[in-house]
Design a protein. Sequence first.
Length: 265
Amino acid sequence: MKKTLKKTVSKKKQKKSKISLIVLKSPIDPTREIVVASELADETLIQSELVGSVLPQYVYRFVDKSGKEQKGLSVFGVRESVRLINRNNKSGSKIRLNPQYTKVERDVEQNGQKGIEVWIFAEDLINATSAWGSKFEPYKKKGKNGFYNNTFALEVALSKAERNAMRKLMPEKIVIAMIDKLISKHGKSVIGDIGLPDPEDQIKYRKQQENEQNFNKAVVMIESCKRRETLLDWAKSISGSKAYSSDQVKELLDKIKLRLKKLNA
């Protein structure tokens, strides 16, 4: 399913970019925090791999405000952990991606942007558990100088969807153990040291996530609504709502109009 890309060796020294993290409480050990690499962090690694300049960073590490060291797996760390788990007959797991159910949808629209959405299915053959992983990548991304073409949209979406699917089948206690094992096996070279994320950035990120969730729920409600009066009421409330961006408001109103046409047909 993945495109075969011609790799070129880059001799340029990789610049360390500022990476933000999402900090979560471990459900296994509430006193320990699990760090999830941000989309930006993993995207940097994925794109580096695609152009032939792979950064061997399996683990992200930082020291929090209390002076405690925290660690988390990168997209490469998830892949390597699954490989090691599968090789160990005593692990009790055999995780694989089932290409039969891979789904790639083009020209999908989310939050006013068109892009590619990929769905990947992972399964544990021993535990008989499974999980879906999905990722949407827009055709264009916003940078400091405006929008630019997302050259590796398909490849990045595939890698992130694979990561999400496999990561769901990895219990937190296994993740903690794998982080220690990867560092012990490969040394400090696989660790990416980064700074503690700004609390304001984390709050902003959570708000963005909540906004996307509310928008997606609104879309589902509109597309399943069977009463014209309800749709008209929603149109009025959405028009004056500050809960959505102007692009989201326009998209929701367009979906209401489309739904009304279907009901009148």
